[in-house]
Design a protein around this ligand. Structure first.
Ligand SMILES: Nc1nc2c(ncn2[C@@H]2O[C@H](COP(=O)(O)OP(=O)(O)OP(=O)(O)O)[C@@H](O)[C@H]2O)c(=O)[nH]1
Ligand SMILES: [Mg+2]
Ligand SMILES: [Zn+2]
Length: 306
């Protein structure tokens, strides 16, 4: 007779220990059952942060994980430190919130688009969040961005850490969902987290100043339980994830406005850069695709391996 199986979610992992939160909110430190350590050889971590797991309680107060539920999706990176395969940073993510700021640092739509492509490739719903609204000079600029991204079907939010209404809107979005902040250093991801979940008080400043020197590079994500329901994952930046492998002819699949015209290109493997009879280029010329979006597309496609 096996001991009772309890359902929980992995919020943090050191590699050998897993912090698991049970459905009743209690936290327990778990190890993997022997059979699990041998499974899924392609991945360096058979159990990842974000996973829904089943564990049994041991007499010493620790737990033993015996099973993991199928993941709805996952964000991965190539394994480091000479280990092979891919490493799952976080699984079962609802929103990949792409964070940019109006100034300090100035936003780049190319960055936003690249992060959206990354989310799309991971099958995570992207959300565009423009922070530091207090530094934005004009409403027209915000409206233009909103029109562009909402027009493509993406959720679009603005925020500032001293604007309570914007923080409430973000809490509404994140309630009972798992959200991951992705974005360059200094845009205010951790500051927002601290506003959204007061009491967390994570250090702000710039984590990446450390990682640039190769020190303190965060190799695992932490799921932070939100008191109003749901989880938020702060990250030190998308560079940590690395870009997923995308074939050049595949990139346009992650640009919703290219899905229709790409079917009409003369060549089935058209990359929409220089080919004659390209319906995507024609759509750009006819103003049906935003110039900033096509520019980011071209920029990304040149960085992909052919
Ligand atoms: N003006 C203004 N400054 C902000 C806002 N949000 C954050 N900041 C400032 O921006 C700086 C960087 O904030 P962080 O929260 O550390 O940025 P981060 O995105 O977590 O950066 P990394 O951890 O390096 O990736 C801090 O000095 C914050 O005080 C905002 O809405 N308006
Ligand atoms: Mg931070
Ligand atoms: Zn084409």
């Amino acid at each position: 007779m096996q001991s009772e199986q309890i359902k929980g979610r992995v919020v943090l992992s050191t590699g050998s220990w897993y912090s698991v939160i049970a459905e009743n909110g209690s936290m327990i430190k778990c190890r993997l059952a022997g059979k699990m350590r041998l499974s899924e050889l392609k991945q360096t971590n058979p159990v990842a942060v974000g996973d829904i797991v089943y564990y049994a309680e041991n007499s010493d107060g620790t737990g033993t994980i015996s099973d993991v539920e199928d993941r709805t999706n996952k964000i991965t990176r190539l394994a480091t430190h000479g280990r092979r395969g891919e490493q799952i940073l976080v699984s079962n993510v609802d929103y990949g919130i792409v964070v940019q700021s109006f100034k300090q640092p100035a936003y780049k739509t190319g960055f936003i688009d690249r992060f959206i492509v990354t989310c799309e490739a991971y099958e995570v719903e992207p959300v565009v969040l423009m922070n530091k609204m207090d530094l934005c000079g004009s409403d027209a600029e915000t409206d233009k961005l909103r029109e562009l991204y909402e027009g493509l079907g993406y959720k679009f939010y603005t925020s500032a850490i001293d604007d309570e209404a914007s923080i409430i809107r973000l809490r509404d979005l994140m309630k009972n969902r798992t959200s991951v902040f992705i974005g360059p250093s200094g845009v205010g991801k951790t500051s927002l987290l601290n506003m959204i979940e007061p009491g967390i008080e994570k250090p702000i400043g710039s984590i990446s100043t450390f990682s640039n020197k190769g020190k303190h590079t965060t190799t695992f994500a932490e799921l932070i339980p939100l008191s109003f329901g749901g989880y938020l994952v702060d990250t030190p930046g998308i560079r940590e994830f690395g870009l997923v492998n995308i074939e050049p002819a595949e990139l346009s699949l992650y640009y919703p406005e290219m899905l229709e015209p790409r079917e009409r290109c003369r060549y089935y493997n058209c990359t929409h850069v220089h080919e004659p009879g390209c319906a995507v280029i024609e759509a750009v010329e006819n103003g049906l695709i935003a110039p900033s979006r096509y520019a980011s597309y071209r920029q990304i496609v040149t960085t992909l391996d052919t």
